[in-house]
Design a protein around this ligand. Sequence first.
Ligand SMILES: [Zn+2]
Length: 307
Amino acid sequence: MPFRKVVLMYHSVSTPEVPAVPGSSPIPLARFQHQVRQALAHGWQFRPLSELRTAASANTLYITGDDGTVDWLRNVLPWCEKEGLPTHTALISGPWQEQPVYPVAHRLHILLALPGRRLPTPALTADQRAYIDRIYSYETNPYRRYLKGACNLVFDDPQARELLGPPDVEEARLLAGRFARPEEYRGFRCAEFGVHTVSHRAFGGDPDAYVREEVLPCRAAMIRHGLQPTRYLVLPMRPRFGATVEQITPALQAAGFEGTLEAMGEWDGHSFAIPRIDAKDVERHLGLAPWTDTPADPSRPAAAGVC
Ligand SMILES: [Zn+2]
């Protein structure tokens, strides 16, 4: 029986000192630490994502964090470095540009969190609404669900930006402070970094254009800033309505990629598309003790020490 290989997906992680970025749905760092300690106690080991396709000697977990927000950088990476825990952070290069391009999904997080904003209702067909209902079933508020669905899954990037309008002063300030600078990622021994596109837009059905406009420039920007990208592309969103992730696989393989991280679930150990387990589902999926809001026992070391 081969060992299990499970890829974990995180986004924002908060501490009292570095709160999560606005509009995200974070877990506390103490819960992340609880998951690590519990997994180790249950015999799991942690390995770098770049070793995903090498033989494992035990059931293995791979920590991935998406988007490179400042809370992830400042709360998670230093602790993992101290504990010798390998991580893989998916980076968006648009915010690093001289004329920054901020992801629509993150603009929407901010706009939905700021008080007193009312965004226009997007025009959608019944089929599009049904697709959105399926992907965003966890969003119980229809205003939020259809705005997120329209911007992230149905509209193309310019249409979504038109719906949102230009950022005002408050939004621009929050966007500017949301993503860590590339130089802040240098020097970590245990941290790996992967491509997460330039603008974080969804794949819309044209593989060559997506690789040319979103994937390769992000990879080049990372290299320019002294970061060595892995061969794993973390897809920023589910494919746009009408597109499938299988369409992009050959173009990514031709560009040297060994896998895409997208969708939810446990990996079969082979496929190019690698599903992940969400941060809020880790305890249940792995059969760990559930998270309760009690402070972690600092005397119990994580003792991962693999990098
Ligand atoms: Zn993302």
